[in-house]
Design a protein around this ligand. Structure first.
Ligand SMILES: Nc1ncnc2c1ncn2[C@@H]1O[C@H](COP(=O)(O)OP(=O)(O)OP(=O)(O)O)[C@@H](O)[C@H]1O
Ligand SMILES: [Mg+2]
Length: 325
């Protein structure tokens, strides 16, 4: 093991028992992906459930710093369902969910806004900065990033996204700053709304022309049968995901996520991915390896068949196959 290098950023033993050749191969394998996505915006939605483990949170933050360091522009959008639920419980309040969305009265909105902007977002910013990056936290209220409209009177202050004005994010990205966005928006009068973080990530991906949107969650990906953890759907088209939603195979929090993946792809993102955020380095495995992990959703079957980059692009011979970038 080299002695002239700093400790590995995740605090683990760098040798990991891996052959040096195998570790070098991982870097070589990453090269065409780095070349292909260099300069591209990648929106990463960090789920409330995937971020409850502090070790994973540290490792996620360092992965985001690495993604930026190799030339991609990560934009983090976060949820915080469990954290909001925990604070509401302390206040003796219980939430009701409809189709995966939290019914939000004025008090729930206040708690959601405090927890997301004041706690969860802060923790992610601190972790990225401690990992060597420069992150800045904001919500959809800042710079009029997200204009919200009420979704359904029965849901209270749950917002739909009427417009995205991405200027504030584009400026941060241009300044090499990693934006960390809390999923709160405001209507034209400045009233705050609770926006599903999956929906927010899709809208930002569309407005920013993101190459990919990646959803980290607490399951392996989209499951054909939510009761069967082994029924992972590795690739699906927009039409196939629509059919799964219509059939009832997609439930609870997976409904807004599946819809968000469809919306992001229809808005022009090359692909949308659902990954198991409990797997260490899930983001790196998805972005920089041939196999990828979790579920990949693309516009059509043709694009689902070219997950791998054209290996020639590593030599600068071609720009790789269309469909993902
Ligand atoms: N077909 C399905 N495939 C996978 N998961 C499903 C499916 N149907 C329902 N689910 C549920 O959806 C959950 C993921 O959505 P959930 O909103 O709970 O988490 P999240 O979006 O990662 O976090 P947060 O909402 O806090 O940002 C899974 O834990 C699973 O129980
Ligand atoms: Mg969710």
């Amino acid at each position: 093991m080299r002695t002239d290098t700093p400790n590995p950023p995740d605090g683990s033993d760098a040798s990991h028992g891996f052959e040096p050749e195998r570790r070098a191969r991982a870097l070589v394998e990453a090269l065409p992906y780095i070349r292909r996505f260099r300069g591209a915006v990648v929106v990463v939605k960090y789920g409330g459930h995937a971020m409850t483990d502090p070790d994973l949170a540290t490792s996620f933050a360092r992965d985001i710093v690495l993604v930026r360091s190799v030339g991609l522009h990560p934009v983090v959008v976060h949820g915080g369902g469990p954290q909001i639920g925990e604070h509401l419980r302390r206040l003796g309040k219980q939430s009701e969910f409809r189709d995966g969305l939290r019914v939000t009265d004025a008090e729930t909105l206040e708690v959601a806004r405090m927890v997301l902007v004041g706690k969860v977002g802060r923790d992610i910013v601190s972790a990225i900065n401690a990992g060597g990056g420069a992150a800045l936290g904001l919500s959809g209220e800042d710079g009029r990033l997200v204009t919200a409209v009420p979704r359904d009177p029965a849901l209270g202050f749950v917002g739909d996204i009427a417009a995205v004005t991405p200027g504030v994010i584009e400026r941060l990205v241009a300044e090499d700053i990693i934006p960390v966005v809390s999923s709160i928006g405001a209507d034209a009068d400045g009233h705050a709304y609770n926006i599903n973080a999956d929906t927010m990530a899709a809208a930002l991906a569309g407005a920013l022309g993101a190459a990919k949107v990646v959803y980290l969650t607490d399951v392996a990906g989209l499951l054909a049968d939510p009761a069967d953890a082994t029924s992972l759907v590795e690739r699906a088209t927009v039409a196939e995901v629509e059919a799964m939603i219509a059939s009832g195979a997609v439930q609870g929090g997976m409904i807004p996520k599946a819809r968000a993946c469809i919306d992001a792809v229809l808005a022009g993102a090359g692909s949308a991915h659902m990954l198991d955020g409990r797997i260490r380095h899930a983001v790196l495995l998805e972005l920089f390896t041939d196999a990828g992990i979790g579920t990949m959703i693309t516009a059509d079957r043709e694009s689902t068949d070219c997950r791998s980059v054209d290996r020639e692009s590593a030599d600068g011979v071609s720009e790789g196959k269309p469909g993902e970038g």
